[in-house]
Design a protein around this ligand. Structure first.
Ligand code: PLP
Length: 379
């Protein structure tokens, strides 16, 4: 175990599953056609099969699925595209202060264009206050952007209630379902989610491929394109389709659908095993996020006696994050931890352990014992 690297950063990315990789490989060298001929038809049918696999996982129709380069692009397309198409009086957007930077930056850009923004503050465990949301959404609200599960602290949101509030006020509901996809009931047919974004590399698929879901409604939800080119993906996401990645995303969705229940239990058991050991032995340890409504593989904690960065240096063969990987290029404290905490020591000492389906009890016990040892030495 000494020199082996232990990967516990699965909110940032997961390894590609061998079966998913195998499904992709023929589309690099054998089935590469891109045009109106036999070779092109083969790839078109693979793309449509993947569209079906994605739609099936989230209870949508294939025609509601648009392939993108990942969740970031899908988020930009949804929020900027919706605003671009908006010919109504609606000039108001509601979101929460713990959204992913892709959402917050898009909303910042829309603020500069004149949109009024309500930035809801989450409670101490990262949950939206539903009464505040109810008050904030009005008949002037174009869209409410609230995520399924937070990428740093794992807290999940009451998606069904949020969807119902949006529907009753005539606002669109955009949900970033990137984290926790497959593990929580997410049937687009029955939930009032109008737009959603996801990305394959969080559930054993390749990087650089994702989906924008747009509900088929009457009247139609119009998204103006933010990219221009050929007419691919109904003209709203032009550019030659990344066929191997699309096939990989489809396969990842198929496997997740089959294995979600088993994976949820396996991963949450590992997380609980880790949490139990750490909390039984370390004084002052604190859980960041919600103890109940949470992503099964997330453990975000603070050990006041040792900073997250110091711990990372001392545990060099364990891969984990001291904040979200997406903001790791920034030296600023995480906006998510700052939203749920005033205490700078707690923020500075926080770190995130993200468990995936390949982690083992042995790895978890090794990491737990190492962290306990280091916390004691540094106390
Ligand atoms: N939304 C959430 C909640 C995420 O965790 C991430 C990635 O970390 C993204 C969006 C962006 O995904 P991608 O970088 O694949 O576009």
């Amino acid at each position: 175990m000494k020199s082996k690297q232990i990967y516990l950063d699965s909110h940032a990315s997961t390894p590609v599953d061998q079966d998913i990789l195998s499904s992709m490989l023929p589309f690099f060298t054998e089935f590469y056609g891109n045009g109106n001929h036999k070779a092109g038809w083969k790839t078109t049918s693979a793309i449509e099969n993947a569209r079906f696999q994605v739609s099936n996982l989230i209870g949508a129709k294939p025609s509601e699925i648009t392939f993108t380069s990942g969740a970031t692009e899908a988020i930009n397309m949804a929020l900027l595209g919706l605003a671009k198409a908006n010919k109504s009086e609606k000039n108001h957007i509601v979101t929460q202060n713990t959204e992913h930077k892709a959402v917050l930056q898009c909303i910042n850009a829309l603020k500069e264009q004149g949109y009024k923004i309500t930035m809801l503050k989450v409670d101490k465990v990262g949950r939206i206050k539903i009464e505040e949301l109810k008050k904030a959404v009005t008949n002037k609200t174009l869209v409410v952007a609230i995520m399924l599960a937070n990428n740093e602290i794992g807290t999940t949101q009451p998606i069904e209630d949020i969807g119902n509030i949006c529907k009753s006020k005539g606002a669109k509901f955009f949900c970033d379902i990137t984290q926790g996809l497959g593990w929580f009931p997410l049937n687009m047919k029955t939930l009032n989610i109008d737009l959603a974004a996801l990305t394959a590399h969080k559930f054993y698929g390749p990087k650089g491929i994702g989906t924008l879901y747009i509900k088929k409604t009457n009247p139609r939800i119009v998204i103006e394109p933010i990219l221009f080119g050929g007419g691919q993906e109904n003209g709203i996401r032009p550019g030659t389709s990344n066929v191997p990645a699309i096939v990989g995303l489809g396969k990842a969705c198929e496997l997740l659908q089959i294995n979600a229940e088993e994976q949820f239990h396996r991963i949450s058991n590992l997380r609980n095993r880790l949490q139990k050991q750490l909390f039984a032995s370390i004084d002052g340890i604190k859980l960041n996020g919600c103890p109940v409504n949470r992503h099964p593989g997330n453990l975000n904690i603070s050990i006041p006696s040792i900073s997250g960065e110091k711990l990372k240096g001392l545990l060099s063969n364990v891969m984990f994050s001291t904040s979200s990987a997406c903001s790791s290029s920034s030296s600023k404290p995480s906006h998510v931890l700052s939203a749920i905490n005033d205490d700078e020591t707690i923020i500075a000492s926080s770190f995130r352990l993200g468990i995936n389906k390949y982690n083992t009890n042995k790895e978890i016990d090794f990491v737990a014992q190492k962290i306990i040892q280091l916390a004691k030495i540094n106390n």
